[in-house]
Design a protein around this ligand. Structure first.
Ligand code: NA7
Length: 531
């Protein structure tokens, strides 16, 4: 088990319950994954806390008390620490231990997993629970390493508190991390300069304390909520009212009224006000225009408002959820630098040089995102049945079957891998589904006497084509997003997640019911005969 975030912890729990001997490896010094690393001010989950949580244990569900509608990073980390202790998972994990390579030995049908502590562990199966947003993207801007102030990345935030008081702070990047961090840093810093390359759409979170009676109501009907989430397209908002029809079908007033209602509720499901926002350009534009008007209504200086107003399709890049982001630009001590007008030329020892000026800074925060979905997997030297590496195999883009298996790499499973719905869903719903599917699959192999399972080439080819064809009917491919790998220079431009959770769950179930259709299963005695 590689990784000890939500996915690794549940995989350890589930597979140990199923009687397997399990060993976890975790590069960090504790559990938590995303929530271990992303400790930046304002870090918070954009999915409601009652839904962004495990469903596998009713006791856990009932005993844990979420205190906010959207849980802050520290609370989610406390939750995962609690899970690790409650289910006694810590002894199964080697912390501060990075997996450097995993090499399949065709003769024995197992993996040799080499770790940063110099050990090699033999495993029959390897589960990559390495997360979708776990390799920070620190752009190679000229002079970056010459900066003499404090240089930070939101995805690798220090454990000790960072003091912004009296400091001149720069933030590069206005995705979800930047949009969450900027209002909080602005409160503390002497001056804040925001370097924006692409403005983003953001909807207010309207976060606040979670009233105990509201939490009690959820707890009383948790099974129903979880089941609805599993039957939804995104793995959350199972109790939310169904989306309206087409945005185009309504009059301007009717449409605005519907959007105002969603805006007042806040959060990601704003985008599902209508059922065609991600499919129909005209609908999308109408919804985007509503958000643009909101930005202009909040930001006092019309020139700044213009710079903050996005033009791309709404939802194409992951929509953000904020607490006072646009309001922050009304502060006299916050400045926006539009990098489309004045790009960064270099980072200097004392700050940032754009084509227009030198800006002096004490602290520079990179909120520049991640080498998403494949970055972590590709940095481990994973070698499959024929000795081919994952890097070679995925040179033109990731190739998986169901996002779970990779042709050429037997007995290797990925949790929320490219080709699965993953980042387009509530990650915890996806993770639980994958782990349970993998656990059932291993039980099948054991009971039927199979030694190996491997995704077949044609099944993976068909799957990749399917993921692409689904993306093709959405508007997701119309902008440069990390879903497409477009944020990393040289990364193949392939839409990596699959849109649509419920149909995916059905497909995975039917693949299993069909004796793992599309996978090649090898019997134990065939393996033994080869030795
Ligand atoms: P994102 O969403 O990838 O955002 C990164 C931001 O950094 C985005 O505004 C980028 O602009 C900007 N960026 C990246 N590289 C540069 C360079 N070289 N110069 C200037 N600006 C740059 O990452 P987040 O961490 O905010 O969020 C990741 C996910 O976490 C999020 O989608 C949620 O799912 C949770 P760009 O848009 O590329 O022009």
């Amino acid at each position: 088990m590689v990784g000890a975030g939500f996915a690794g912890l549940y995989a350890l729990f589930r597979l140990r319950e199923a009687g397997w001997e399990v060993q976890g490896f975790e590069a960090g010094g504790g559990v938590g994954g995303t929530w271990y690393w992303n400790r930046y001010p304002g870090a918070r989950c954009d999915v409601a806390s009652v839904e962004y949580s495990f469903s596998f244990s009713e006791e856990l569900e009932q005993e844990w008390v979420w205190t906010e509608r959207y849980a802050p990073q520290a609370e989610i980390l406390r939750y995962l620490d609690h899970v690790a202790d409650r289910f006694d998972l810590r002894p199964l994990i080697r912390f501060d231990t990075r997996v450097e390579s995993a090499v399949f030995d065709a003769a024995s049908g197992g993996w040799d997993v080499r770790t940063s502590d110099g050990e090699v562990t033999r495993a029959r199966f390897v589960v990559m629970a390495t997360g979708c947003l776990s390799t920070a993207n620190l752009p190679d801007i000229p002079g970056r390493d010459s900066f003499e102030g404090e240089l930070l990345h939101t995805g690798r935030w220090p454990h000790d508190p960072v003091d912004f008081a009296g400091r001149r702070v720069g933030v590069i990047g206005t995705g979800s991390s930047g949009i969450q961090a900027i209002p909080v840093i602005a409160e503390e810093a002497a001056e804040l300069v925001v370097f924006q390359r692409t403005p983003n759409y953001s909807v207010p979170a309207h976060n606040g304390p979670l009233p105990t009676d509201e939490l009690a109501k959820v707890k009383a009907r948790y099974r129903d909520l979880r089941e609805k989430n599993r039957r939804s397209m995104v793995g959350f908002a199972g109790w939310a009212p169904a989306p309206g029809g087409s945005a185009v079908a309504l009059s301007n007033d009717e449409r605005d009224e519907a959007l105002e209602e969603r805006w007042a509720d806040g959060g990601l499901w704003f985008l599902s006000a209508f059922n065609d926002v991600l499919f129909n350009e005209q609908s999308n534009e109408l919804v985007a225009d509503f958000v643009r008007r909101k930005i202009r209504a909040v930001v006092a200086d019309p020139a700044v408002a213009d710079k903050l107003t996005p033009t791309q399709v709404i939802g194409c890049k992951r929509m953000c959820v904020d607490s006072g982001y646009f309001e922050t630009f009304n502060r006299p001590d916050v400045r926006l630098v539009d990098l489309r007008e004045t790009p960064i030329e270099a980072i200097t020892p004392t700050g940032v040089r754009t084509t227009a000026e030198d800006i002096a800074l004490d602290t520079l925060v990179f909120a520049t995102g991640f080498d998403a979905m494949t970055g972590t997997l590709m940095r481990i030297d994973i070698r499959g049945r024929t000795g081919i590496s994952l890097q070679e195999s995925w040179e033109a883009g990731p190739r998986t079957y169901l996002g779970l298996g990779v042709p050429g790499f037997p007995n290797l499973f990925i949790v929320t891998g490219p080709g699965s719905p993953s980042v387009l869903t509530n990650m915890v719903t996806s993770i639980e589904h994958h782990v349970e599917w993998i656990s059932d699959c291993l039980a099948h192999l054991r009971s039927e006497g199979y030694a190996t399972i491997e995704a077949a080439e044609p099944a993976a080819d068909e799957w990749v084509a399917y993921v692409n064809s689904v993306a093709g009917i959405t508007l997701y491919t119309t902008c440069n997003s990390w879903y497409l790998g477009a944020n990393i220079p040289g990364k193949p431009r392939v839409f990596m997640p699959l849109f649509g959770f419920a149909p995916y769950v059905d497909t995975c179930a039917s693949v299993a019911a069909d004796g793992y259709r599309g996978f090649t299963l090898t019997e134990a005695d065939v393996q033994e005969a080869r030795q």
